[in-house]
Design a protein around this ligand. Structure first.
Ligand code: SF4
Ligand code: SF4
Length: 342
């Protein structure tokens, strides 16, 4: 069976609510995008969690609720939040770094959670641990295997950067050995600490020490994704570069995504999270529209480079020939999928 990637357009009525319930984390990954200057260092209370979950519910449409941090299992009320969210009709995912605090797996059953997602940035500790921290690979894979044994739907997120891209093709064997059925490839963004660290080390680098080039991306990721899918794993990876005749769509206009932070900021576009330009905010448990030059004012701008926020915030990702962009950058939320199969 030939595995081909297909672009998954934004679905009408699709709703994704990414709920950062705290910003604290036990790890200090090199590419962490949490930015305490912008996202604060607080956590939502149990009562806030309930009220904010109610605020975003829409009984007429399927809504995906993704609990994030920091590390969401550090929050003592996460289990309460999952049960509340399921009761409100959300499809619920928890994105964890794998440490699963507060006896997570003993306090909730697989039928109460739609997906439990683990972050791994390498097929072994030699690759993963220099990025995510010493000993992290062992803890994460041990807890992941236990979650699979208990019957949870488990997925893995792998953030591609120039230090682990050449090891992506080795993930197929590991994932299939662990019984993982869904694999998400992400690409490093020039945000948060990944930008700061490289900027401090070398102000000229603009984070390029972590980013991968367009040529490298195309030479590795589509083929590695296809091979991984041959192991019976459903693989998703970001589109990043639009094909010549492919239509550009901004998710901020055609989809409904909310990125909620514990300080009450609510973004519609994840690229904007390092800047105080959030379109919405939660104040006294009400969702309010922010005035002024907020992210949503940019979504309608049509430019030959594709995504306008990418051009404004990451202009070094673009290149030009005779004044014209050599390629267009897609919305960072546009995905390609390859179905699982032997
Ligand atoms: S696990 Fe996530 S939140 Fe924690 S340091 Fe790593 S990237 Fe940041
Ligand atoms: S990444 Fe670009 S295209 Fe996607 S929502 Fe943000 S501004 Fe729109």
């Amino acid at each position: 069976m030939k595995h081909t990637a297909r672009t998954v357009g934004f679905q009408t009525g699709e709703r994704n609510i990414f709920f950062h319930i705290l910003t604290a984390c036990n790890l200090v990954c090199k590419h962490c995008y949490i930015n305490p200057d912008q996202h604060g260092n607080m956590r939502v209370s149990r009562e806030q969690m309930d009220r904010w979950l109610e605020l975003f519910v829409d009984s007429a449409r399927k809504s995906n609720l993704i609990f994030l941090g920091g590390e969401p299992t550090l929050h003592p009320d996460l289990i309460h939040g999952i049960i509340k969210a399921k009761g409100l009709g959300y499809a619920v995912t928890v994105d964890s770094n794998g440490y699963l605090f507060h006896d997570f797996l003993d306090r909730i059953g697989p039928q109460q959670l739609d997906y439990l997602s683990f972050s791994l940035d390498g097929p072994d500790s030699m690759i993963n641990d220099p990025i995510r921290g010493e000993g992290v690979f062992e803890v994460c894979t041990k807890n992941l295997r236990r979650a699979v044994e208990l019957g949870f739907n488990v997925s893995v997120i792998y953030t591609v950067n120039c230090r682990n891209i050449d090891h992506l093709n080795r993930m197929g064997h590991l994932l299939s050995d662990m019984g993982v059925k869904r694999f998400f490839i992400q690409v490093i963004g020039l945000r948060g600490k990944s930008a700061l660290t490289e900027g401090q080390r070398n102000p000229e680098s603009k984070g390029q020490a972590w980013q991968v080039s367009r040529e490298k991306w195309f030479s590795v990721v589509p083929e590695a994704a296809r091979k991984i899918a041959e192991n019976g794993i459903h693989v998703t990876y970001p589109k990043v570069f639009l094909d010549e005749n492919e239509k550009f769509d901004c998710a901020g206009l055609v989809a409904e995504n909310y990125f909620i932070f514990p300080n009450g900021r609510v973004y519609r576009c994840p690229l904007c999270e390092d800047h105080p330009i959030n379109a919405l905010r939660i104040e006294e448990d009400r969702l309010l529209i922010n005035p002024g030059l907020t992210e949503d004012k940019f979504f309608k701008l049509s430019i030959p480079e594709g995504c306008v926020m990418n051009k404004l915030l990451q202009p070094d990702t673009l290149s030009y020939y005779q004044g014209r962009p050599e390629f267009r950058i897609s919305c960072c939320l546009l995905k390609q999928e390859i179905d699982a199969g032997p």
